[in-house]
Ligand binder design. Structure first.
Ligand code: NAD
Ligand code: MG
Length: 382
C-alpha cells in the first residue's frame, strides 16, 4: 500500500517521530506535505530530507524566512489559514493531525471534510468538537485512526470481538512524575519537576497534562468519541511502567491488552500501515529486562483533573470545549511561571462550574465558547 502523507505539526515530538516512521517505511510512504507554526529551520531540513513539495507555517514571519531558505520547487504558504489551505489542496491521502491544542481543530476539520484518512494525535480536536467531527467523518467517509498510544491499543484490541460484546475500555495511565507525591507537594511542584515525565518524551503541553492527569481526562473524552462509548464504560487504571498501553474487556470477562515499549513510533506506524503491519522501526519490548507490571486505581483526590474529564464527558455539549480551553490557558500560565501547579486544576474546575452548559452547540458556538473561556481564565489569572 502506498501512502501520501501530510503531517500537521511536523516540527513537534509526534511530527518528528512520524518522519522517522516514514523514513523507515521507505517508498511505501511518501511525505508530500508539512505544516507547523514557526520553527522554519527545522522545517527547511525536513523539506530537504524528504523532498517535500508543499509546506505551511501559521506564522507569517516564519513562512517568509522559510521562503528565503532556497528550497526550489517547494510551495510555502504562510499565515493563520495556511494549514487549512494546505489540507484543502493537498494530494495526500493520509493526514497526520499532530498540532498541539485546539489550534489543530481547523486543519483537522478540513481533512475530515475532504474524507481523507486521518491519523489523530491531536486529541484536543475531539475533546472540543467531537460532536461535529464524528458525524461529519461518517458523512464524508473519513477514517479516523487513533495515534494516541492508549487509543491505538484499544483500537487494536477491539479487533478481537464485536462492538456489542464490549463491556468496557480500560485506559492505562503512567501516573506522571507525581504519582507517589503527597497532595501538598504536588500543589507547589516546579516547572522542571512537572516536565520530567518518567516514561514518555513528549511536547511540553502534554507533559504538564500528564503530570496533572488532565491528559487522561482528555483521553477519556477522546475514547468516548472514537469508540462511541458512554463515560461509564471507560475506566482508568494507573500503570507506571507504560508497557500495557490499554485494554478492552469483553462481556465474557476476557480482557485483551496491547503491550509494547513506550515508543510513539509504534502507534504512528500502525495508523500508517493499517490494516497491515510492517516491521517495527520503534523500540521492541525486552522481556528479559522486564521485572514487573504494576496496576492501581487512580487517586482522584491527588489528581482531581481526572474527575473533571468524567464530568465533562457526562455533561457533553460544550463541556469538553470549556475544560480544554481553561486547561490550555492554565498550562501556558504555569509554564510561564505565573500560576502554581495546583492552580491548573482550580482554574479548569472553576471554568467548568461557572460556564453555562450548551447542549447541542454548532461549530461556531464551540469556537466562540473556546474564545470566551480563554478570555475569562486569562482574567482570573491576572
Ligand atoms: P509539540 O509541542 O512537540 O509539537 C506541537 C506541534 O504543533 C509543533 O509542530 C508546532 O509547530 C505545531 N503547532 C502548535 N501550534 C500551532 C498552530 N497554532 N498552528 C500550526 N501549528 C501549530 O507537541 P506533541 O507532543 O508532538 O503533541 C502533539 C499532539 O499529539 C497533542 O495534541 C498531544 O496531546 C498529542 N499526543 C502527543 C504524544 C507525544 O508522545 N508527544 C502522545 C499522544 C498524543
Ligand atoms: Mg496517550
Amino acid at each position: 500500500m502506498q501512502r501520501r502523507l501530510l503531517i500537521l505539526g511536523s516540527t513537534g515530538s509526534i511530527g518528528e517521530s512520524a518522519l522517522d516512521v516514514a523514513a523507515a517505511l521507505g517508498p511505501s510512504c511518501r511525505v508530500v506535505g508539512l505544516g507547523a507554526r514557526r520553527r522554519w529551520r527545522e522545517m527547511a531540513e525536513q523539506i530537504r530530507r524528504f523532498a517535500v513539495h508543499d509546506a505551511a507555517l501559521s506564522e507569517d514571519d516564519a513562512a517568509e524566512s522559510l521562503r528565503g531558505a532556497s528550497l526550489n520547487g517547494t510551495r510555502i504558504r504562510g499565515g493563520a489559514r495556511a494549514l487549512v489551505e494546505l489540507v484543502e489542496q493537498t494530494d495526500a491521502d493520509f493526514v497526520l493531525s499532530a498540532i498541539v491544542g485546539a489550534a489543530g481543530l481547523p486543519a483537522t476539520l478540513a481533512a475530515v471534510e475532504r474524507g481523507l484518512t486521518i491519523g489523530l494525535a491531536n486529541k484536543e480536536s475531539l475533546v472540543v468538537a467531537g460532536s461535529i467531527l464524528m458525524p461529519l467523518a461518517e458523512r464524508t467517509g473519513c477514517r479516523l485512526l487513533p495515534v494516541d498510544s492508549e487509543h491505538s491499543a484499544v483500537f487494536q484490541a477491539l479487533r478481537s470481538g464485536r462492538r456489542e460484546e464490549v463491556r468496557r475500555v480500560i485506559l492505562t495511565a503512567s501516573g506522571g512524575p507525581f504519582r507517589s507525591w503527597e497532595r501538598s507537594r504536588i500543589e507547589n511542584a516546579t516547572i522542571a519537576e512537572a516536565l520530567k515525565h518518567p516514561t514518555w518524551q513528549m511536547g511540553p503541553k502534554i507533559t504538564i497534562d500528564s503530570a496533572t492527569m488532565m491528559n487522561k481526562a482528555l483521553e477519556v473524552i477522546e475514547a468516548c468519541w472514537l469508540f462511541q462509548l458512554p463515560a461509564e464504560q471507560v475506566e482508568v487504571v494507573v500503570h507506571p511502567e507504560s508497557i500495557v498501553h490499554s485494554m478492552v474487556e469483553f462481556r465474557d470477562g476476557s480482557i485483551i491488552a496491547q503491550l509494547g515499549a513506550p515508543d510513539m513510533r509504534t502507534p504512528i506506524q500502525y495508523a500508517l500501515t493499517y490494516p497491515l503491519r510492517a516491521d517495527a522501526c520503534g523500540e521492541r519490548l525486552n522481556w528479559s529486562e522486564l521485572r514487573q507490571l504494576n496496576f492501581s486505581a487512580p487517586d482522584l483526590e491527588r489528581f482531581p483533573c481526572l474527575s473533571l474529564g468524567y464530568e465533562a464527558a457526562r455533561r457533553g455539549g460544550n463541556a469538553g470545549a470549556v475544560l480544554n480551553a481553561a486547561n490550555e490557558v492554565a498550562v501556558e500560565a504555569f509554564l510561564e511561571g505565573r500560576i502554581r501547579f495546583g492552580d491548573i486544576h482550580r482554574l479548569a474546575a472553576r471554568a467548568l462550574q461557572t460556564h453555562p452548559l450548551q447542549s447541542d452547540p454548532t461549530l461556531d458556538e464551540l469556537l466562540a465558547c473556546d474564545a470566551r473561556v480563554r478570555q475569562e481564565v486569562r482574567q482570573w489569572i491576572c
